[in-house]
Design a binder for this molecule. Structure first.
Ligand SMILES: Cc1cc2nc3c(=O)[nH]c(=O)nc-3n(C[C@H](O)[C@H](O)[C@H](O)COP(=O)(O)OP(=O)(O)OC[C@H]3O[C@@H](n4cnc5c(N)ncnc54)[C@H](O)[C@@H]3O)c2cc1C
Length: 463
């Protein structure tokens, strides 16, 4: 297959790294092009005040399949730790542990809210039926009381629109979270035997989540992958027997097959032959939420004993505050200072996007005050701006995605994968598994088995 390279992978996030590594292990000649000056995409860590911090709260799901875990352990050894979660969520004026603890829910929430939650749990089945939006699905699963106090405000913050304007698909993808509340609601209503706590625990690398993607990058390089950083792809041209991929600095790489983890609308914009006008218009309607990450350095030891705090409270745009050093057991983390990472989902046209570091740190301070969290002894602040973080599943997005995806599936020699490439709300283990499947679909003669890939994608859409 191909001329100069068998496989060109665009994007060195978790999906691109694994795809490149696995294909090189199978003997293909692989080039990986990455826009940033580092690997890892959203899974990369950054160093702030000598502490490795993630791009928002990142955990490797406990549900990661054993085969994938084995591969990661081979690369990372004991550095991949199994950790107990110590998170909290603000409900009303109380902090509740995550995973939820029924006794705590019963003790902390006001009697009026508890009564509503309990009542909702008894009538849950009567509300099924009209599941046409995020709001209606979530209300049918956990009841109006929890929707109003937790899920509605969270949705508004995370996606910048009310739950009524968000597709039901978003709720289906959050079913694990929803069932945790359902269990709690029912137990509170004494309709089921008490289940004290939902499943807990996650995997996390000793040196920050970025250690995982760095391990993948090292494995890829050891297997012969040519990783090119600061190589922003701005042209993809498909010919009969090869694909030409151009970067902003004028480099051109040719290959027989391209795996693209580029955002789907970007691929539609830079591909030649160009998609139809209808596909271009649909692609333009697929939107992503942006995110500000505000890293505040706290002097005087750890700021809290929790890894993260989820904040539905509509009075602040901050969605979550995490403390990276609490995600792991690493004696090398300093004990005289710590870092808080505040996540602020937003649009790049929002006023908050343009605030300077100190104003953003003030916003974090204000959030701590509003939610009863300890104040921070701030000695430094720095900010990162991520332009495309969450795909926004607004009502009706399915039609636009189907149109663009149908075009993308038809392009010869190009395969789209990963969070941005498929416009899905996936987690790292899912992005990795997807890359495994994509590489498995390459036949030994270099041809890509579209049927095998379609079957794999079907599996992901149901997971
Ligand atoms: C705040 C936050 C919290 C999260 N928490 C978790 C969690 O707890 N657990 C979990 O499993 N997952 C979590 N995720 C999701 C996880 O980060 C993603 O699932 C994962 O990063 C997807 O990997 P990817 O390779 O598909 O995409 P990305 O990580 O987005 O990688 C895409 C890569 O493509 C590169 N690229 C883009 N354009 C170009 C271009 N033109 N040319 C070349 N390269 C380009 C980008 O620079 C990037 O490196 C979280 C995400 C966010 C934002």
């Amino acid at each position: 297959m191909g001329t100069s390279h068998d496989l060109i992978v665009i994007g060195a996030g978790p999906a691109g790294l694994v795809a490149a590594w696995r294909a090189a292990q199978r003997g293909f000649k692989v080039t990986l092009l990455e826009r940033a000056d580092h690997v890892g995409g959203m899974g990369a860590s950054v160093e702030v005040a000598g502490i490795r911090c993630d791009q928002g709260s990142h955990r490797l799901d406990r549900a990661t399949p054993e085969g994938l875990l084995r591969d990661l352990r081979t690369l990372m050894g004991d550095d991949l730790q199994l950790r107990t979660r110590s998170s909290r969520i603000r409900v009303g004026d109380q902090w509740l542990s995550l995973p939820l603890r029924v006794d705590e829910v019963a003790r902390r929430l006001p009697a009026s809210l508890l009564a509503r939650i309990a009542k909702d749990s008894t009538t849950m089945s009567f509300r099924r039926g009209s599941e046409e939006s995020y709001a209606s699905v979530v209300q049918s699963r956990v009841g109006p009381a929890l929707y109003e106090s937790v899920y509605g405000p969270l949705a508004q913050k995370q996606w910048g629109m009310p739950g009524e304007n968000i597709s039901a698909e978003q709720a289906y993808r959050q079913s694990a979270r929803l069932s945790a509340w359902k269990v709690a609601g029912r137990a509170v209503g004494r309709l089921r035997r008490k289940k004290q706590q939902t499943a807990s625990g996650y995997y996390y690398p000793r040196n920050g989540f970025g250690e995982l993607v760095e391990a993948l990058a090292n494995a890829a390089v050891d297997s012969g992958v040519d990783i090119r950083l600061e190589a922003e792809v701005d042209r993809v041209r498909v010919y009969e027997d090869e694909v030409e991929v151009g970067t902003q600095d004028g480099d051109v790489v040719t290959g027989g097959l391209v795996f693209s983890t580029l955002p789907l609308p970007v691929l539609a914009r830079i591909s030649r032959p160009a998609p139809s006008l209808t596909s271009i218009e649909s692609a333009a309607r697929l939107r992503y939420r942006a995110m500000l990450l505000v890293y505040v350095v706290h002097e005087g030891g750890r700021w809290s004993r929790y890894d993260s705090h989820d904040i539905p409270d509509p009075r602040t745009p901050v969605l979550r505050i995490s403390e990276p050093a609490n995600y792991r057991d690493n004696p090398a983390d300093p004990d005289d200072h710590s870092v808080l990472c505040a996540e602020i989902p937003c649009s790049m046209t929002d006023e908050v996007w343009g605030l300077d570091d100190e104003s953003l740190a003030d916003l974090v301070d204000e959030t701590l005050g509003l939610t009863g969290l300890p104040s921070v002894n701030r000695v430094h602040v720095e900010t990162r701006r991520l332009g495309q973080v969450y795909p926004i599943y607004r009502l009706g997005y399915e039609n636009d995605l189907a149109e663009v995806d149908a075009w993308a599936r038809m392009i010869r020699r190009i395969v789209t994968l990963g969070r941005q490439g498929l416009f899905i709300f996936d987690n790292v283990h899912q992005a990795l598994l997807m890359a495994y499947d994509a590489v498995d679909a390459i036949r030994d003669d270099g041809r890509f088995d579209r049927y095998a890939w379609t079957v794999a994608r079907e599996r992901f859409s149901r997971s």
